[in-house]
Design a protein around this ligand. Structure first.
Ligand code: ADP
Ligand code: MG
Length: 345
């Protein structure tokens, strides 16, 4: 479905990227494997972009431009963004990036039985997660808002990149935006012949190739109980490693913890028994969407979902009781000091 447009989109973007890298004033191959790294604050989070190669400086520069472009396109709060405009006007023609993301989001809505629902935005807003004015909405308010949380009601005309929303509907691409951004940076890296590099977008990691010394990249999976520490290490190459955790954005009220991943069935923060879900996939957008989705599904549904889609991703899941699970494909690439249970196909 979305593939045709994706190819067109990528071709368009690659042309631009190629021109960008071709224009770089670099000494080319003779300069060897230079490292370039930059810290960026965007999308409400701290990011690091690192590339190794003759065109590393140019690649990192272009990556920063791309992050800023996508941030100003996809932000829900920025009154100049495309998503803001859609939420205000309820219809319009989308840019290729936004159209691609809406299409991927609607596919995820279908495949996750509605766990991933970009129409959840009014509820996310009611909890104050958009502007840090945290509050616990009244049950009646949630019930009222939930009537309009249903991504299957989004009108999407693929051929014309048109979207239309019901009068009370608003969308939020925050559950996949960072994964898409890291995927886009990998496209830029490839066009700049970067064979080794990584991005860390607030704990969402994606790597290209292996480390400059040819060893695998080692990505830590944070300990939800102590996010300064970690529960294990994933050794990967050419993968996105994206985590959704209850500890990432939350507030406490009257001894209860409320986090920012909303179960569209209840309108409340997902309470599935999982406290952290890490997805490993070659597809950054998918990894981001599924980290949110499987977190909502809980261990059993998440395991079944993986069995049906195991060619596309693997996962590390942690339960509230501290049990650690990995899907079969990560058996040998996840190392931990804790007991690790394997989800078999
Ligand atoms: P983070 O942005 O912290 O990495 P996630 O990728 O899990 O975390 O995305 C959480 C964001 O996704 C929320 O801040 C909200 O904007 C949006 N969101 C929350 N619940 C859902 C849901 N059920 N479906 C789609 N998006 C959601
Ligand atoms: Mg996500």
């Amino acid at each position: 479905m979305y593939r045709k447009k994706l190819i067109l989109t990528i071709c368009g973007m690659l042309a631009a990227v190629l021109a960008g890298c071709g224009n770089a004033e670099s000494g080319g191959q003779a300069e060897g494997l230079k490292e370039e790294s930059r810290d960026i604050f965007a999308m409400d989070t701290y990011m690091t972009v690192t590339a190794y190669g003759p065109e590393a400086a140019r690649a990192v520069e272009m990556a920063e431009e791309e992050i800023k472009r996508l941030d100003s396109l996809l932000s829900t709060g920025d009154t100049g963004s495309e998503v803001y405009k859609i939420n205000e006007e309820k219809e319009g023609v989308m840019s290729s990036d936004t159209a691609y993301l809406v299409e991927r989001a609607l596919e995820l809505y279908d495949s996750t039985d509605g766990a991933f629902d970009i129409a959840v935005y009014p509820v996310v807003k009611a909890w104050g997660f958009t502007d840090q004015n945290y509050r616990v909405p009244e049950p009646e308010e949630i019930e009222e808002l939930l009537k309009h949380v249903d991504a299957s009601q989004i009108g999407f005309d693929e051929a014309n990149s048109r979207i239309s929303l019901g009068e009370q509907m608003q969308i939020d691409l925050g559950g996949i935006a960072k994964g898409y951004t890291s995927a886009r940076i990998m496209d830029i890296f490839r066009e700049c012949q970067i064979e080794s590099g990584l991005v860390n977008l607030g704990g969402n990691v994606q790597v290209i190739g292996s480390k400059p010394d040819q060893s695998l990249w080692r990505v830590a999976v944070k300990d939800p109980k102590d996010p300064e520490g970690y529960v294990g290490i994933l050794s990967v190459k050419d993968r996105a490693v994206i985590t959704s955790g209850a500890y990432e954005r939350y507030f406490e009220q009257d001894g209860e913890v409320y986090h920012h991943i909303i179960d569209p069935d209840t309108g409340y923060p997902a309470d599935s028994g999982l406290v952290s879900v890490t997805i490993v996939s070659a597809d950054g957008t998918l990894a981001d969407g599924l980290s949110t989705s499987l977190f909502i599904m809980g261990l059993d549904r998440a395991s079944d979902y993986w069995r049906e889609h195991k060619d596309e991703f693997d996962a590390v899941l942690m339960t509230r009781e501290g049990e650690l699970y990995v899907t079969e494909g990560l058996k040998d690439s996840f190392t931990s000091d804790y007991e690790v249970r394997v989800i078999e196909s």
